[in-house]
Design a protein around this ligand. Structure first.
Ligand code: PMP
Length: 387
């Protein structure tokens, strides 16, 4: 019996032996010189990943939801108007968080699998908004948002642009400075291929200024940047500082993964994600499985969300795939949850993992649907990858 399944869910993802080894390093003090160096290096490396030079990068102990909370708690004051483009479950969550801090939230959304037009977004921005928020890849639908155009629009209307990059950063293009994104965040367990447990934010200078000009106190004590900003600045300058004990082991593992990411090079990494996504898509097409994102240009490169073929019981299918040693995820969007499944293809993986996954999907399909003939998916994936 296979014990360890190949983890092909949209986070957490597979990690390299070097990252496991970093987790296993002896624990040190959070103010020991060797840890200060690791923390400082991780912050600098994150600047390369986020492509941000000014402002401040934060590494906080917590999951991606803390990063969402931190962005909202520090940028929003009661009564601020906030526009949230929602392409699924996580866009809706972000809207809920802004509302928790008493923002007046306008949700801009369409049917699951589609993204609102720029005209629709502009009509809202014309009314005057402090902040425009978008999820680059909503993990519940696999929809990839056009952040570059949205950030341009945000700038035209003097609106801060916040990007949830939890399912995209280090797997999709997001050059913050170049595109004029004011704040982007992610979590350690996705395309950064580190263990879960760290919330990572890159806050550009315009967002820092907005925070510094606040009239009211930040309601959330733990997330308040007044507490964390001096700590992050200190570590980056290789000095010790304390507000809350950093997750020493997780930061060490993150830094190891960031080291590998930078050796691969961000450009190569993004190209690899595109190639693997194309291979996975070609396989799903050959298997005649539809995709949740309706427009081909709006499909993520970090994950796929294929529809089940007619006559399939989703739970049974996923169990059969798991019996083949591959872990996939079920649907997450509440309206269409039972209609599709999700494949994560981000982080360290290569074509070998994609082929193993496609083979497991084909085998499971043929055992659930006797009329189905396996083989075409693997062939299509290989062909797309080699072209
Ligand atoms: N945003 C997106 C796009 C996500 O995919 C996730 C996690 N799947 C989150 C936010 C929340 O992250 P976490 O589960 O680490 O709290």
């Amino acid at each position: 019996m296979i014990q360890n399944k190949l983890l092909m869910i949209p986070g957490p993802v597979e990690m390299t032996p070097q990252v496991y080894a970093a987790l296993d390093a002896p624990i040190v003090s959070h103010v020991a010189p060797e840890f200060i160096e690791i923390f400082g290096q991780a912050l600098e490396r994150l600047r390369v990943v986020f492509r941000v030079t000014k402002g401040q990068v934060f590494i906080l102990a917590g999951s991606g939801t803390l990063a969402m909370d931190s962005a909202a708690a520090n940028l929003v004051e009661s009564g601020d108007r906030v526009a949230v483009i929602s392409t699924g479950y996580f866009g809706d969550r972000m809207a809920e968080i802004y509302a928790r801090y008493n923002a007046v939230v306008e949700i801009i959304s369409e049917n699951p699998g589609t993204i609102p037009s720029l005209e629709k977004v502009e009509a809202i921005l014309k009314k005057g908004c402090k902040l425009l928020s978008v999820t680059q890849v909503d993990t519940s639908t696999g929809v990839l948002a056009n952040v570059r155009e949205l950030a341009k629009l945000g700038k035209e209307y003097g609106t801060l642009v916040v990007v949830d990059g939890v399912c995209s950063i280090a797997g999709e293009e997001l050059p913050m400075d170049e595109w004029g994104v004011d704040l982007a965040f992610t979590a350690s367990q996705k395309a950064l291929a580190a263990p879960p447990g760290l919330a990572l934010l890159a806050v550009g200078s315009r967002a820092i200024e907005t925070f510094k000009k606040r009239k009211s106190k930040v309601f959330n004590y733990y997330a308040d940047w007044s507490n964390w900003l001096p700590v992050m600045e200190a570590y980056e300058a290789r000095r010790s500082a304390y507000f809350g004990t950093p997750a020493v082991q997780l930061v060490t593992a993150l830094n190891a993964s960031l080291g590998e990411i930078l050796s691969e090079g961000m450009e190569n990494r993004l190209k690899r994600h595109i190639k693997l996504a194309c291979a996975c898509r070609a396989a799903m097409e050959a298997l005649r499985l539809g995709q949740i994102p309706t427009h081909p240009d709006q499909r993520a490169h970090t994950m796929s969300a294929p529809r089940y073929p007619a006559g399939i019981n989703g739970n049974e299918f996923l169990q059969r795939v798991a019996q083949m040693g591959v872990q996939l995820a079920g649907g997450l969007h509440p309206v269409i949850r039972t209609e599709y499944f999700r494949i994560g293809h981000m982080g360290k993986i290569g074509i070998g993992e994609i082929l193993t996954t496609v083979a497991a999907i084909e085998t499971a399909l043929s055992s659930c649907l006797p009329s189905f003939t396996p083989g075409v998916g693997v062939e299509a994936a290989l062909k797309a990858y080699s072209s």
